[in-house]
Design a protein around this ligand. Structure first.
Ligand code: C2E
Ligand code: MG
Ligand code: MG
Length: 395
């Protein structure tokens, strides 16, 4: 980074401002903050490269501030924090996107300062904070992001909630920055989509997944390997043929799942439906990813020939061990899934309590840090051995 990127912190509590400023500075940024309505008004007209915004600003309304930010700084990266609950924060994230802000992270208070710091660093890895009033310019372009030398896959197991046995693994792409290490797709996939090059990413991912599956014993014997696709891939009429050619060399179509993520809005549903149906006709399985985040709704699930429903981790985190009844929204999601004959998977299961609760409400499988983080193909067996030992004590 030539000059330190400037972070603007907006929070009505001065103490929080100071804390976040300190975090930003420790990560190598320069930071300033605003906490009163007049200061905030003035600050958002200034120059900065990243905003950390508290949604509940006392006299001012964080949502309104987002509107102003969007009109003044189109494409501005933003981190949202709030004391409100997770689902509200997710909605706010979608509103920010509607205002053409680029959401880098959303954090419910209290959040760990380390996590906030990592989000800022991850953003800095792919951005250059150019002194350009139109916003940050991307230092790493799509060519570099799609460089096969820099891409690899990690795999995260899904396990049966009743037997604890592995039902499959999900392939998650990583981009290895020459000096900063692995970068998460939540930071760079949007850049590739923005450049209109999602199909190249998918091709790279399918090639890597097929190659890994022929090379690594743990993947050869895996009942299912899933890959993520963007809705933007579902306008590509060639996809079913390419998928068949690439993936079935390594394993039959029935042992592959496509997880459909909506990182970009569906512009035209009809070709998407026909491509999904053609994939299914070849034998591939199809999962609705991130169910319950608002981008994936009941209508979609009913419309297309899905085989799996993945309950988003924001939903899973709504489950409360103290509650007398499980959260009705999560519960009805599982019921709808089952009534359509879908395999229901809970994402983002981090604690033994969450594992027991998702089993209780009928989720067939679970995935999350409790079971294993995403790992390299050579580490899958060890990760599963360790999980089996933990599973025995789960009760
Ligand atoms: P996803 O498909 O919903 O994947 C789950 C994400 O949650 C992964 O993040 C995973 O590392 C993370 N995760 C797993 N367990 C836990 C947990 O217990 N707690 C928490 N807090 N997080 C957990 P990752 O790898 O950064 O991927 C982010 C998203 O990027 C994915 O969400 C998926 O939508 C997208 N993505 C990943 N790989 C690809 C790809 O090859 N192509 C496309 N188009 N998108 C991809
Ligand atoms: Mg997924
Ligand atoms: Mg998901």
């Amino acid at each position: 980074m030539a000059d330190a990127a400037r972070v603007l912190v907006i929070d009505d509590e001065e103490a929080i401002c100071e804390l976040i400023e300190a975090v930003a500075e420790s990560a190598g940024f320069s930071a300033h903050s605003a906490s009163t309505p007049t200061d905030i008004e003035r600050a958002i007209e200034g120059r900065f490269d990243l905003v950390v915004l508290d949604l509940s600003l006392g006299d001012l309304d964080g949502i309104e501030v987002m509107g102003r930010l969007g009109s003044l700084h189109r494409g501005m990266p933003i981190i949202l924090v709030s004391g409100a609950d997770r689902s509200l924060l997710d909605t706010a994230g979608r509103i920010a996107a509607m205002h053409k802000l680029r959401v880098i992270g959303t954090f419910a208070k209290p959040f760990s300062l380390d996590v906030l710091r990592s989000a800022m660093l991850a953003w800095a890895q792919v951005s250059d904070q150019a002194h350009d009033p139109t916003g940050p310019k991307i230092l790493v372009g799509p060519d570099q992001l799609l460089d096969p030398e820099c891409l690899h896959l990690v795999y995260q197991p899904k396990v049966s909630t009743t037997s604890g046995e592995v039902t499959g693994v999900e392939a998650l792409v990583r981009w290895r920055h020459p000096s900063h290490g692995d970068v998460s797709p939540s930071v760079f996939v949007a850049l590739i989509e923005g450049a209109g090059r999602t199909s190249e990413l998918l091709d790279a991912v399918m090639n890597m997944a097929a190659r890994d599956r022929t090379r690594h014993r743990a993947l050869k014997s895996m009942p299912d390997v899933s890959v993520n696709i963007s809705v933007l891939d579902l306008i590509d009429e060639e996809l079913p043929r390419r998928a068949q050619r690439t993936l079935t060399e390594a394993a039959p179509a029935e042992q592959w799942t496509f997880e459909v993520t909506e990182t970009a809005p569906i512009t035209d549903a009809a070709p998407a439906l026909s491509i999904l149906t053609r994939l299914r006709l070849v034998g591939f399985r199809l999962a609705v990813d991130d169910f319950g985040t608002g981008t994936s709704n009941y209508e979609r699930v009913l419309a297309a020939p899905f085989t799996e429903l993945k309950i988003d981790r924001a939903m899973v985190s709504r489950l409360d061990i103290e509650a007398s009844e499980p959260d009705p929204i999560v519960k009805s999601g599982v019921e709808v899934g089952h009534s359509l004959g879908l395999h229901v998977v809970a994402e983002g299961v981090e604690t033994p309590d969450q594992f027991r609760m998702v089993r209780e409400i009928g989720c067939d499988a679970a995935q999350g840090y409790l079971i294993s983080a995403p790992v390299a193909p050579t580490q899958i067996d060890t990760a599963l051995d360790e999980w089996r030992r933990r599973f025995e004590f789960l009760g």
